[in-house]
Design a protein around this ligand. Structure first.
Ligand code: SF4
Length: 223
């Protein structure tokens, strides 16, 4: 989006803005500013950000941009909740790109990606049966991802989820165009068990651990 077209009076319901290390995806380990938007219409059984369903504070676009700039890093992740449920996310993404930030977007896969700028790196979930939200997958979104740039993530709770995810990857040919992330649901599926399944099947996917939960295990917010 052209920065000239960005509405200056845009308001977002912000849950938190903070600096941390990117914890998931191929960007894991990089210093990153996080903008967490309030609200999500899904209720994944293993959701670890339920605190972002409600509350938060209204902040103007300029205020959010100033806070992000204050961290002095070139990478920013927009997350939630489900960030695409707020209209203000579009001017936010456009402004961050216009300012030269690398922009990552964590999204549930349940909201249409059609209006997300191509340059934004989408890290899109596909919900497995164990989440209880499998019916919300918008399969058309797969055609809106950018090959070689965007990533597809499955959070797995058990063997049934693994079998489901493996079948989706194979049937839809995801592992060629995209990095495919298999993430064990924290405290529900052991990383070693998932690793052995991946190795046994020689699956061309990437084991995705939530790095921040190993570095700051007692922290639930702001990391
Ligand atoms: S989509 Fe994300 S924020 Fe929403 S319930 Fe599922 S895990 Fe939580």
């Amino acid at each position: 989006m052209d920065s000239q077209t960005v509405p200056k009076k845009s308001v977002l319901k912000i849950n938190e803005i903070y600096l941390s290390l990117q914890g998931e995806s191929t960007w894991a380990g990089r210093p990153c500013a996080f903008v967490r938007l309030t609200g999500c219409s899904l209720r994944c059984s293993w959701c670890d950000t339920a605190y972002a369903f409600y509350g938060g504070k209204d902040q103007g676009l300029e205020e959010v941009l100033e806070k992000v700039k204050s961290f002095g890093v070139g990478l920013v992740e927009i997350t939630g909740g489900e960030p695409l449920e707020q209209e203000g996310v579009y001017p936010l993404m456009g402004s961050l790109l216009a300012l030269g930030f690398g922009v990552l977007l964590e999204t549930s896969g349940a909201v249409d990606l059609g209006r997300v700028p191509r340059e934004v790196v989408k890290i899109m979930d596909i919900k497995c049966p164990g989440s209880g939200e499998e019916a919300r997958n918008l399969w058309d979104n797969l055609g809106k991802l950018v090959p070689g740039q965007d990533e597809v993530k499955f959070v797995l709770k058990d063997r049934a989820d693994y079998d489901y995810a493996r079948a989706v990857v194979e049937k839809r040919g995801l592992a060629g165009p995209f990095t495919v992330l298999f993430s064990p649901s924290h405290e529900e599926l052991e990383a070693v068990v998932l690793s052995e399944w991946i190795l046994k099947d020689r699956l061309p996917v990437r084991l995705n651990l939530q790095l921040h939960k190993y570095i700051w295990p007692s922290e639930t917010r702001g990391r």
